[in-house]
Structures are given as C-alpha cells and as structure tokens.
Design a protein around this ligand. Structure first.
Ligand code: UD1
Length: 396
C-alpha cells in the first residue's frame, strides 16, 4: 500500500510526527515472506510505502525545520517550495505542484491533517485524480465561515473517504452534515500523542534559559534578576486579531497597561503579528514595555515547557487550547468561537472564549487568575491515536 502524507504549516508537523512513527511501527510488525515462493502480494500487502510531501507554506527554519528536527520527522521526500502568498496563490500553486506528484507516484491514499491551506489543496487535488483521501482531525467546526480554516475543513471533510475524528462532537458534526457513518472513525487527538511523547524531555528544560536563548530583543526585564515565577504566555496570529489596527491596538494597550503590570508576558511572536505591529506603528511601544518579552517563534519542547508553568495562557491558537486542556493551564481564547469545544470550561476544559473585545478580555482575565491548574483528559486523548489512525487506513 502506498500513501502520501501532505503537510505545509507549523501545526501540521505535530500531527504528522506520531503518524509517521506509527507507520514505522506498523511496518516493523508485518510478517514478511520467509520463503521465496510465497507471493509478496498475498503475504505483504499491508506494508505501507510512505512518502512525505511538504508544500513549503511555512519555510522559516523556526517555523518548519526546527519542528522536523525536534519531533524526529524525517526530511520530506518532496518539498514543493510554495511559500507565502494570498490564499488563492497558495492553494492554486500547491494544487498545480501536487497534481504532478500524485500523477507520478500514484498513491492509494493521500493523508491530510488539520485545516491549513495545504490540507485543502491536497484533498481537492487527490480527489480529482480519484485517489482516496483520509483526513486526520476531521469534523471540527467553528461555524464561522469567515475563518479560512473553516472553509478548508468543510471542503476537506466533504471530499474525504475516511474521516478520523478527535472527539465525539466532531462525529456528530459530520453525521449532521450527512457524512456516511461508515466513513467516520473516532480515533482521538493525534496532537496529544506528540505531547505525551515529548512531555518528559520538555520538563527538563529551564524556563530562564528558554527565555534568554530566544529573546527577540535583548532588553532587561524583572525576570532577569532571578527565577521567573508567575508569567503569562501569549500567542496571537489570526487575521481576525492582528490584521486590523482597531482590533490589535486595544489588545496591545490592555496587555501593556494591565497584564504586564501584574506579571511578565512571554510572547513568542508569529511572523504575521510581527509584521502587523510594524505596519500599525505599535512596534516601539511593545518593545519599550519592560514586562512584555518578545521571543522568536519557539521550538516544540520550549513552548510545551513554558505552557507547563504558565500562570495563564492568552491565545488564538487551536492547538494551544488543546494543550492547555491536558496541562490544565487556565486559558483565555481570544476568539468568538472555537472548532474545539471540548477545550472549553463548560465541557470540563481549561479555556474560555473572550473574543477580541477588551472589556470582556479584562473581566475574564481577572476571573481566570483566581483559577488553579486543572488538567483534564478528554476521551481517547491518550497518546495512542496515531496507531489507531494507521489501523483504520490499513483496514479501509
Ligand atoms: C497558517 C494557517 C493557520 C495556522 C497558522 C499557524 C492557513 C489558512 N492558515 O496561518 O491555520 O494556525 O498557519 O502558524 O493555512 N511567514 C513567514 N515565515 C514563514 C511562514 C509565514 O515569515 O515560515 C509570514 C509571511 O509573511 C506570511 C505570513 O507569515 O505571509 C502568514 O503565513 P501563512 O502561511 O499565509 O498563514 P499563517 O498566518 O501562518
């Protein structure tokens, strides 16, 4: 059996790493013919010949190569080098390049993960060539069609032959949309496999060293004097938060005037947010705030380590919402909706939706500071999802 997995952007890498390791594990358990007269077709038909394609949507070393290294992902067999651009440019260029790869390689399955532009491009291209598509992390729905990721999720799921879901809410979403039941398999959250595999290594890292090694701008801050005790950890990158000055500006003011007055804010900054701070002339203000510590995009273990001890997380990332659930870090999700409701407090998770309205963020910030860490483990977020994914593909 030949399969091609396609990845493009940072959040894909944490999902594909355990999948590739599970394929290796699967292949090592196959019984190969010991006698030459046995037909390879009949005895060895479950061996997986796997190719990894990187579309190149994320290309900075810190956004891509660092994750391949840290998570032991083998170098991609093919890198399409697509790079940045408008959505149409990214998707269109990726489809043109992928069509050649799929036509040449003729895989039995194309595996896509998550909801980035690479996910959409690969599923559409494969399906038009009548290649079976498997979507890992199927069925998530924010209900917000203005999110590019929601469009990617809807199209990918509609086209997929095998839909592997992280939770039962996703199963219900797919059933409501009319997806045939037999195509849907509840396997759990594959990203938690990566968290569990790497938790121990992350726990050995020094928070102070992570900060010192990754400072974007070398400036003194209170934590330099000794151990960093309480700190807020923040990430922001969604166009809905960083692409408009009237939204991003008040958030920045709130962070500087109120959160940074309480504790250091560690902010590994996404290239998009960095670019927008410059464009909106907010850069100097941010840089000159002593307790707002700008960091380069962090490696997987470094981010996990900071999350483990963070007093509070402020984020618009879906993956971090999920990691906060497992680690129990109280989390403010700076979005009005989420495709991952199991991470919310009303479902037992650690996170609350605060949108991007400063009044609401302020109120929930103060309430959230009163909460302790409370780790929660949703059903099948057990670190063994990748093996179940491989099993479902082999048996489909
Ligand atoms: C993409 C995903 C988003 C995911 C996010 C994680 C889509 C539609 N969006 O958003 O779901 O949460 O990745 O990071 O696929 N840039 C660099 N270096 C890089 C990559 C990007 O500088 O290695 C800059 C470029 O200026 C680029 C901008 O970041 O234009 C945005 O990158 P892009 O891949 O278009 O989208 P993300 O915002 O990263």
């Amino acid at each position: 059996m030949k399969i091609i997995s396609v990845v493009g952007a940072r959040p894909n890498f944490m999902k594909i790493a355990p999948f590739i390791h599970a394929i290796d594990n699967h292949n090592s358990q196959q019984v190969y013919p010991s006698k030459p007269q046995l037909s390879v077709e009949t005895t060895n038909n479950k061996h997986i010949n796997h190719l990894l394609v990187h579309t190149g949507q994320h290309y900075d070393d810190k956004m891509s190569k660092a994750f391949f290294r840290a998570l032991n992902i083998p170098d991609a067999d093919i890198n399409l080098g697509i790079g940045s651009g408008t959505h149409a440019e990214q998707v269109g260029n990726t489809m043109i390049a992928l069509e050649k790869v799929f036509e040449g390689e003729k895989p039995d399955w194309v595996i896509v993960v998550g909801d980035v532009n690479a996910t959409l491009a690969a599923s559409v291209t494969a399906k038009k060539l009548h290649i079976k598509v498997c979507h890992i992390e199927a069925g998530l729905r924010s209900g917000d069609i203005k999110m590019p990721e929601e469009i990617n999720r809807l199209v990918t799921d509609r086209l997929s032959d095998l839909l592997l879901t992280p939770d039962t809410i996703s199963v219900d979403n797919l059933l409501k949309e009319g997806t045939p039941k037999e195509r849907i398999k509840f396997v759990g959250n594959i990203m938690i496999d990566t968290l569990e595999t790497n938790r121990e290594k992350a726990s050995t890292l020094s928070i102070e060293k992570i900060i010192q090694d990754n400072l974007l701008i070398n400036k003194p801050f209170k934590g330099n004097a000794g151990l960093v005790k309480a700190y807020a950890l923040m990430t922001l990158h969604r166009p809905s938060n960083v692409d408009k000055k009237e939204v991003f500006g008040p958030i920045i003011n709130f962070l500087i005037d109120e959160v940074a007055a309480d504790m250091p804010i560690l902010w590994p900054i996404h290239p998009r947010a960095k670019k927008q701070l410059g464009k909106f002339r907010l850069w100097d203000k941010v840089v000159n705030t002593e307790n707002l510590i700008l960091l380069n995009p962090l490696g997987y273990h470094e981010m996990l380590r900071l999350n483990m001890d963070a007093t509070i997380m402020l984020t618009d990332s879906g993956g971090l919402q999920e990691e906060c659930t497992i680690l129990g870090t109280p989390c403010l999700t700076l979005r009005w909706n989420t495709e991952r409701p199991v991470t919310l407090r009303e479902y037992g998770g650690a996170s609350i939706l605060v949108g991007n309205n400063v009044e609401r963020i302020r109120k929930e910030y103060h309430e959230t500071l009163k909460l302790d860490k409370k780790p929660v483990r949703p059903e099948l977020w057990d670190g063994h999802t990748a093996g179940r994914c491989v099993e479902e593909i082999v048996n489909s």
